[in-house]
Design a protein around this ligand. Structure first.
Ligand code: ATP
Length: 289
């Protein structure tokens, strides 16, 4: 029986700006997205009987059609009139409701995996269009690497890869929904807007100090304002080292960029004793899949 196991990588935002609200209720964004090595594992097993079976080792992840990965399989099965069924097993390592695109990357993994397993021959661009029908972060999760995202996040321009950087992530012990933070977004709460051009230049010139100086996410001001425990975690992270700390997406995960592996390991060890939440050691991921 055909089966496949593939990694589904998380993302962080190196910059995130909200440009306005569209008549359809979505926000117009402009951001630089970056794949990281932290990943879920997706195991796909073909079934003779029709239908989709889904399971996940994380209690907060839906094990039915509420799972984005389920909806990704359903979409391809319908579009291509597939007569077989599929069993999807998700091994979760990416924290849930964390601003790391966990659900989106699982869906992207299923789209890529089923394309391969069933030899559908769908081009990457076409696969990204299918992804956009299910969620704004899915096209980037299919593309991977480093990219500028515009529109609702689905208009992507790949840029030259960021030099590999060590990361320490902290997921404070609360879950935050993306929808909630966007609904609370007010320009008056924003302290600093990102400079996309400067960040892009720093990335393209491999200027690590420039990258660190230009890390800005306007949603961080919103999340920190409404969730003091995230602000407190950020303070602890900043006081414990000299590394820049930024929130990813709508949060609450915070990440620090660190030059050396050894320093990052030491910093992560220190943080484990001092913060309430999950500490994760990982690094950026430069190549596209
Ligand atoms: P983003 O960064 O794209 O805004 P996120 O990382 O903040 O996403 P997710 O981990 O994708 O958030 O989870 C958001 C919600 O989506 C969860 O509360 C969960 O109920 C639902 N969900 C559906 N499918 C999945 C999945 N495969 N993995 C995780 N959550 C999922």
């Amino acid at each position: 029986m055909n089966q496949l196991s593939i990694p589904a990588y998380a993302k962080i935002n190196l910059t995130l700006d909200v440009l306005g609200k569209r008549p359809d209720g979505y926000h117009e964004v402009e951001m630089i997205m970056q794949s990281i090595e932290l990943h879920d594992q997706i195991i796909l097993k073909e079934r003779k009987e029709k239908g989709i079976k889904i399971s996940c080792n994380h209690p907060l992840v839906p094990q039915d059609e509420g799972n984005l990965a389920y909806r990704a399989a359903e979409l391809l099965i319908k579009e291509y009139g597939i007569e077989k069924g599929i069993e999807i097993k998700i091994i979760k390592n990416i924290p849930v409701a964390a601003g790391l695109a966990g659900g989106s990357t699982d869906a992207a993994g299923v789209l890529k995996g089923l394309n391969e397993l069933w030899g559908l021959g769908i081009s990457r661009d076409e696969l990204m269009k299918f992804g956009a029908r299910l969620g704004a972060d899915i096209p980037f999760c299919i593309l991977g690497g480093t990219a500028i995202a515009r529109g609702i996040g689905t208009d992507l321009t790949p840029i030259s890869p960021l030099p590999e950087m060590e990361l320490v992530l902290v997921k404070p012990g609360i879950d935050i929904s993306t929808k909630e933070i966007y609904s609370k977004y007010k320009p008056e709460l924003v302290k600093r807007k990102p400079d996309l051009r400067k960040m892009q230049e720093a990335i393209e010139c491999r200027d690590l100090e420039g990258v660190k100086r230009n890390l800005v996410n306007v949603l961080e001001d919103i999340t920190l304002y409404y969730y003091p425990q995230v602000a407190e975690t950020k303070k602890i992270m900043e006081n414990l080292g000299t590394y820049p700390v930024l929130m990813s997406g709508s949060g609450p995960t915070l990440f620090a960029i660190i030059d050396s592996k050894r320093e990052a390991d030491e910093y992560a060890m220190k943080l484990k004793d001092r913060v309430m939440g999950q500490v994760i050691r990982t690094r950026t991921r430069s190549e596209c899949l």
